[in-house]
Design a protein. Structure first.
Lengths: 219, 200
């Protein structure tokens, strides 16, 4: 059997044969394939394979089609779709950082409302943030905190490792960990948590680096 | 490069409200518009989901999830593709996700059980009365062969054959080039044919 793709000029012929079998080629390409097939009769079997399983073989696909659901099952599905659409929508989640870099263990997370650290989302800022008096943030503007016990780092680029700051949060385990890149946040202020711990934030990292902020014991 | 024929014209054009009109009516609170959209696309969505999942219950779950996701994210859709191709993209992805989560139920080989197909000499075709192949058996054999394909080939093949999408539409649904559609279909069929050769 002819091995397609051995000749550079013929590299597209497998694709062309599929389209030929499906009737998806225009007249010029159809003629091109037919001329090529006339010179390569050994490729006829491949064309036949394509044609047998082409969607143009309506008889086959009609016979192999699944039986449709009953009208009562359709009605049930439609009603469920409608119920979901009619249900009140939850508030959109807070923005997240590069979740592909760090993955979480099941875990502990802090409610935004209880967070001791308020970080306001603003456009990226080049300079290191200063830590000043706490500004009151709305719930939607507050990032949750995570500790090193809350996350499993599955993989991370070396250049990002220094940006990870983890610690022990003094917060209840309720909400969702939110990761932010350093460039995503502008630190407006922090305050000590009830146990006297202060958070540490590494904002030196590149704007795309992941950042987890949590109070660090003894800092 | 390869030119492909244009997709067929919308058979509903000029006779029934367009998808865009139905979506606008749905957004305005017209519940009948949603039902009409659902009726219009439930069958291709179901065929795709069923072929990828192999059973009605899971397929209906994928269809439901697809409609919900599409209709709750209409702002992300509008103007970027047709409703049909977007829905089929979401449904097929939902079906693949469900399949991974639930582990596809084992597809029994109804013919190999008695060795009939394996041992028959000579060419056999699926509608050969002598073979006695039932419609459901044929479907299960094709479904089983499809599970042996890499996921991108399987999704491409099913969208083309079961949703009756043109190459251009499949490319749009999957965000790939038409050449990639051609290539995936070619190799998918070659592999399917190797598995189904005595029957199809």
């Amino acid at each position: 059997m002819m091995e397609f793709g051995q000749e550079p000029r013929d590299r597209s012929f497998p694709e062309l044969l599929a389209a030929y079998a499906d009737g998806e080629l225009d007249a010029a390409d159809r003629a091109r394939v037919e001329a090529w097939l006339a010179e390569h009769p050994e490729a006829r079997a491949a064309v036949e394979n394509q044609q047998r399983l082409s969607r143009r073989n309506r008889k086959l696909w009609k016979a192999a089609a699944p039986l449709g659901p009953s009208e009562s099952n359709w009605a049930r599905v439609f009603n469920q779709v409608q119920d979901v659409l009619d249900a009140p929508r939850p508030a959109p989640p807070a923005p997240r950082g590069r979740r592909h870099v760090v993955r979480f263990a099941a875990g502990i997370l802090a409610t935004a409302a209880a967070a001791a650290l308020a970080i306001h989302l603003t456009p990226p800022k080049a300079d290191l943030p200063s830590v000043g008096p706490l500004e009151v943030a709305t719930a939607a503007e507050v990032f949750a905190l995570a500790s090193d016990a809350d996350v499993d780092v599955i993989s991370i680029d070396d250049r990002d490792a220094a940006a990870l700051v983890v610690g022990k949060p003094p917060l209840p385990a309720t909400a969702t960990v939110v990761l932010a890149a350093a460039g995503d946040v502008d630190l407006k202020g922090v305050q000590k948590a009830a146990d006297g711990m202060l958070p540490k934030a590494d904002m030196n990292a590149a704007g795309s680096a992941p950042m987890i902020i949590a109070p660090m014991a003894g800092r | 490069m390869v030119a492909v024929t244009a997709p067929p014209a919308d058979p509903h054009a000029g006779h029934l409200p367009s998808d865009e009109q139905l979506l606008a009516r749905h957004a305005a609170g017209d519940r009948s518009a949603l039902e009409e959209l659902f009726r219009r696309y439930r069958h291709p969505a179901y065929r795709v989901a069923h072929r990828l999942l192999g059973n009605e219950a899971d397929a209906l779950d994928a269809v439901q999830e697809g409609f919900v996701k599409v209709l709750t994210h209409l702002a992300a859709f509008q103007g970027r593709s047709s409703f049909k191709t977007w829905l089929l993209r979401v449904v097929s992805n939902a079906a693949l996700d469900l399949g991974r989560q639930r582990k596809r139920r084992t597809v029994a080989d109804p013919v190999a059980g008695d060795g009939r197909a394996e041992n028959d000499a000579g060419p056999l075709v699926w509608d050969d009365p002598g073979l006695g192949l039932e419609r459901s058996d044929l479907r299960r054999l094709i479904d089983a062969a499809l599970t042996k394909l890499p996921e991108p080939q399987r999704q491409t093949f099913v969208l083309h054959v079961d949703a009756d999408l043109s190459y251009r539409e499949v490319a749009e649904v999957l965000g790939i080039s038409i050449g990639t559609v051609m290539s995936r279909l070619y190799y998918a069929r070659q592999k399917l044919r190797a598995h189904l050769a005595p029957l199809v």
